[in-house]
Design a protein around this ligand. Structure first.
Ligand code: NAD
Ligand code: WQD
Length: 342
């Protein structure tokens, strides 16, 4: 009998790719999502291109009653907890909302798992929990030091999960710290669909490429990097999704220990500057994409890059896709769906 994985936030950008990868690996999948930042169409498309159909349950992770009903109606073997809010700027403006959804919501979910005897969790965390390293690659022992409420919520949930895993019989968990997830599934059927003006580099360039925005503002060209623009470790969302399947497999294997939380970076270990990303996009599209130099964005640092060795050692995971593939796949999705799922 195949195992059933609950994916909270499974209708979202990363979640939809994780759900697809789980189905294709033979898992049954239940998605729990309040659709506050996603569309049920993502789930319909996943069903169309996968080996199976996910079950979508609409609900909020802060709602203990809805969680009890969910666990009563479905026999869940493990949870991948992706649901949450992720906009750094919004978290500064509305910290109460972020602590409520991300921290209180995660605590509700973990307590519901305890009530219903579900003892495996993979949690979506972020490289944003790390403090400044002056550009050195970040491994899992790099000291934490998030500087905005969003990053603080992620670190708090890691701590709650670690404590509950240590204290609860048979519990095992993995924290995945993502670097910069980008791109879309190679089918062009699912991808990132931001509401309003995109905050992030890839979705912004994608909208310039379709003509929806006039040009890309390059935030800062005087960083201490070879071309003066900031460097990030971009990771293809399909590589990221595969990492979740491997984390789930690890939790069910003899290698994972009870009462232990493993923290694992998911990044490529390869940094790219904003100018390199821009050039790779032009190559993927086959036409010029207008840019303009703009001041540095508040809160940005010069270089953020993963040391990804632990993911290889513990999970057997390595990123496969390079920057050219990331741009080609993101562009395919955007070209076919210029208005996203709308
Ligand atoms: P997303 O907004 O596309 O997906 C999040 C999903 O959670 C959405 O479908 C949304 O409707 C749902 N959701 C939000 N609040 C909810 C609630 N209270 N109850 C139930 N569902 C709720 O974002 P994403 O980019 O797919 O991110 C998924 C996870 O990965 C998030 O936890 C995010 O913090 C984390 N993460 C994202 C990035 C990134 O750059 N995209 C990087 C690191 C970590
Ligand atoms: C990348 C680079 C910008 C837009 C964010 C979150 C982080 C994590 C991943 C969730 C930077 C530059 C961007 C633009 C630009 N999310 N840029 N023009 O800031 O590294 O990380 O997403 O956990 O917490 O902070 O990603 O894509 O916004 O920016 O020049 O219009 O592109 O300055 O150097 P970031 P990003």
């Amino acid at each position: 009998m195949s195992k059933t994985v609950l994916a909270t936030g499974g209708a979202g950008y990363i979640g939809s790719h994780v759900v697809l990868a789980l189905l294709n690996a033979g898992y049954r999948v239940v998605v729990f999502d309040n659709l506050s930042n996603s569309s049920p169409k993502a789930i319909e498309r996943v069903a169309r291109i996968s080996n199976g159909a996910p079950v979508l349950v609409e609900g909020d992770v802060r709602d203990a009653g809805a969680l009890d009903t969910l666990f009563e109606n479905h026999k869940i073997d493990a949870v991948i907890h992706l649901a949450g809010l992720k906009a750094v700027g919004e978290s500064v403006a509305r910290p109460g909302l972020y602590y409520d959804v991300n921290v209180a919501g995660s605590s509700q979910l973990l307590n519901a798992m305890l009530r219903h005897g579900v003892s495996r969790m993979v949690f979506s965390s972020s490289a944003t929990v790390y403090g400044e390293t002056g550009g050195r690659p970040m491994d899992e022992n790099t000291p934490t030091g998030p500087v905005n409420p969003y990053g603080k919520t992620k670190l708090m949930v890691e701590q709650i999960l670690t404590d509950m895993t240590a204290a609860s019989s048979g519990w095992r968990s993995v924290v995945l710290r993502y670097f910069n997830p980008v791109a879309a599934h190679g089918s062009g059927e699912i991808g990132e669909d931001p509401l309003g003006v995109p905050d992030n580099l890839f979705p912004f360039i994608a909208q310039v490429a379709t003509g929806r925005r006039a040009q890309l503002d390059i935030f800062g060209n005087d960083y201490d990097t070879p071309d003066g623009t900031a460097i990030r470790d971009y990771i293809h969302v399909e590589d990221l999704a595969r990492g979740h399947v491997m984390a789930i497999e690890h939790l069910f294997s003899g290698q994972a220990a009870d009462n232990r939380t493993s923290v694992v970076n998911l990044g490529t270990g390869q940094g790219s500057s904003v100018r390199e990303v821009h050039r790779a996009w032009e190559a993927a599209c086959g036409f010029d994409i207008a840019t303009r130099n703009a001041p540095r964005r508040a809160g940005d640092v010069a270089i953020i890059c993963a040391e990804p060795g632990k993911a290889a050692d513990l999970l057997g995971w390595r990123a496969k896709y390079d920057l050219a593939r990331m741009c080609a796949d993101h562009w395919r999705w955007q070209k076919r769906n210029p208005e996203g799922y709308r």
